[in-house]
Design a protein around this ligand. Structure first.
Ligand code: F6R
Length: 369
């Protein structure tokens, strides 16, 4: 059942190309236009949406941040992302133009379910991005977009995360298509690039020896920082969460731009810092800014481990180690840059002899508030 792997987590990390591929499958018609019939919401209604609120917890909420960046960029609809348990109790502003998109692997997370129920009561349309057929959250939502990652057994989420991001991209492209915010040719190009992601994830999995070796050498680490900017920010948060959950190491992710506003005080000799690089092609030229962050932490003694695009020559001079991922368009990078961080956490936890499928104190599905 573990498909020849020692743990479910390792298997599920290797299932990711398939998870992304299956989530993309059957979502277009003969002309290449997106069709999301299963959504069960009248497309006309979706064109009335003036605001999107994404609700989720944990890893799923990081997928939500990726969704925000992509949907705002493509559709020009404002998107907020909020932790379900915070949203529910703060008197949020919701109206008929609000589309609430919940993201949940299990579809049973009580915090998210309560938030969705609340949003419905307030008159919002609700759409569930979910990995579990027939679970409670999609049943109680107006619409559902299933991720097809297959059952996720390991407690820490991996393949569901990439499938959630993939589904969020599909939703964003679909809204852009309905609202005519992108030309059909642009949508096809992005879908074509998405179609190449599974093969690129496979390349990362096949070339992961460096990251595994680094992880094994770091079994004594007591704190690891992760920084990223723009779409690299949620990836950094996810890298830190995986390390906490699996290896019980203090890990913190933060937005690279925040460094000088406080966290840089943590840096001293030998502090390990992972950096998720933006694409060198990023339209805001954030690349150079993150390179300076690397220089700033290195100057204070940090060890820098950088996840960057293969074509990124400029970062090589500045980092101690670079883990390369294949090139893709900037918006799609989280589907690739996440993978080395998952492998790092898995390998480090395994080196410490921990049960990576059942980390202490955690449950796969959190059905209490
Ligand atoms: C992290 C993890 C959790 C879940 C969170 C939400 O590895 O698994 O943070 O992402 O509990 O769960 P779902 O997606 O089932 O609502």
């Amino acid at each position: 059942e573990k498909g020849g792997f020692e743990t479910f987590m390792e298997k599920e990390i290797h299932d990711q190309p398939q998870a992304v591929q299956d989530t993309l499958l059957g979502r277009t018609d003969a002309s290449g236009a997106l069709v999301l019939d299963e959504l069960r919401i009248d497309p006309e209604e979706l064109t009335q949406v003036t605001k999107i609120i994404v609700l989720a917890c944990g890893t799923s909420a990081y997928a939500g941040t990726v969704a925000k960046y992509a949907i705002e960029h493509w559709c020009r609809i404002p998107v907020e992302v909020e932790l379900s348990h915070e949203f529910r109790y703060r008197d949020p502003i919701i109206d008929e133009g609000t589309l609430v998109v919940s993201i949940s692997q299990s579809g049973e997370t009580m915090d998210t379910l309560m938030a969705v129920r609340y949003a419905k009561e307030q008159g919002a349309r609700t759409l569930s991005i979910c990995n579990t057929n027939g679970s409670t959250i999609p049943r109680e939502s107006d619409a559902v977009l299933y991720t097809h990652a297959g059952p996720e057994i390991a407690v820490a989420s991996t393949k569901a995360f990439l499938a959630q991001i993939t589904a969020a991209y599909l939703l964003g492209l679909y809204l852009a298509q309905l609202n005519k915010k992108l030309f059909s040719g642009q949508i096809k190009d992005i879908l074509a690039d998405l179609g190449e992601i599974p093969g690129k994830i496979r390349e990362i999995l096949d070339g992961a020896e460096d990251v595994k070796e680094l992880a094994r050498s770091m079994a004594d680490a007591t704190s690891v920082l992760f920084l990223g900017r723009n779409l690299g920010f949620p990836v950094a948060m996810e890298g830190a969460l995986k390390l906490k959950e699996l290896a019980y190491i203090h890990a913190e992710g933060f937005a690279a731009g925040e460094l000088k506003h406080g966290p840089i005080a943590l840096i001293d000799d030998g502090q390990p810092v992972f950096v998720v690089m933006p694409s060198p092609m990023d339209r805001h030229s954030l690349h150079a800014k993150v390179v300076s962050n690397i220089q700033e932490v290195r100057a204070r003694g940090a060890r820098t481990f950088v996840v960057a695009e293969r074509g990124d020559q400029a970062v090589r001079r500045h980092a101690e180690v670079v883990f390369e991922v294949p090139e893709t368009q900037p918006v799609l990078m989280p589907l690739l840059t996440t993978v080395p961080l998952q492998i790092f956490a898995l390998e480090l936890a395994s080196a410490k002899g921990y049960d990576v499928d059942q980390p202490r104190n955690l449950a796969k599905s959190v059905t209490v508030e």
